[in-house]
Design a protein around this ligand. Structure first.
Ligand code: ADP
Ligand code: MG
Length: 231
């Protein structure tokens, strides 16, 4: 059944450590926090990228996901992030999602706010083009920050955020971030998070050399999940 699922959805999983983890074909096959399961009830099954990446992300591994737009990547990285936060009783700012545009950052924020709505997990979003004051106020007590690189660097430079406690870092649309010239900002953000103990997730629609280099420079033996033969 798993083989059939992988084949029919053109899913290739490259698991360097051969963990033997299998895709989660049905929500009932994954032990999620009840409040998260409840928020997922409107969906029939996990999408292919969710099915294939969740087992690895839930077990703490780094994952590179290559999948097209509209494939459900936000909950792909968001559900494991929030589930592990709750399961392990984490506190403080632990989850950081970096996104190339304000519009995408707000979409991610909306998705995560929805999934966490009946929990005490606090999400907030940072983007440019508006005054910083309110965004900085909203950082108080935040557990999840979604941000565009420019505004995040700005707020780091103000000394108004400490990323040292972040242990789950997502680079969403990594290829677009590099195209937009955010490479140095991404590196600075990396350096501000807790390197060794950090779980790192990267999602991208394409897999060119620049993105591969970025992955190899800051990820730890990532599992690669490729949907639809995208490289
Ligand atoms: P991507 O980041 O890959 O472009 P999104 O995460 O924005 O995609 O998701 C695209 C759409 O799919 C959203 O409207 C989202 O609510 C929906 N979606 C997410 N997960 C599922 C699922 N398991 N089943 C059906 N729809 C889903
Ligand atoms: Mg997306």
């Amino acid at each position: 059944k798993v083989d059939e699922f992988l084949k029919s959805n053109e899913i290739a999983i490259d698991d360097p450590e051969q963990t033997g983890l299998k895709p989660i074909l049905d929500f009932s096959h994954v032990d999620l926090d009840g409040r998260i399961s409840k928020a997922l009830e409107k969906y029939p099954t996990p999408t292919p990228i969710q099915a294939a990446s969740w087992p690895f992300l839930l077990s703490g591994k780094d994952v590179v996901g290559v999948a097209e737009t509209g494939s459900g990547k936000t909950l792909g990285f968001g559900v494991p992030a929030v589930n592990n936060f709750l399961r392990l009783g984490k506190q403080g700012l632990k989850i950081l999602c970096v996104s190339p545009t304000r519009e995408l950052a707000v979409q991610i924020y909306d998705n995560l706010a929805e999934v966490t709505k009946s929990t005490s997990v606090k999400c907030t979003v940072l983007y440019g083009g508006v005054p910083k004051y309110e965004q900085i106020e909203n950082l108080k007590g935040a557990n999840v920050v979604v941000a565009t690189p420019g505004r995040l660097i700005d707020i780091i430079n103000d000394g108004a955020i400490n990323l040292g406690t972040v242990d789950y870092l997502v680079l969403d649309e990594a290829d677009r971030m590099l195209e937009k010239g955010f490479e140095q900002d991404i590196k600075t953000i990396m350096q501000n998070t807790a390197g060794a103990s950090r779980q790192t997730v990267m999602f991208t629609a394409t897999w060119p050399k620049e993105v591969r280099e970025l992955a190899s420079s800051f990820m730890n033996n990532p599992v690669k999940v490729n949907i639809g033969n995208r490289d």
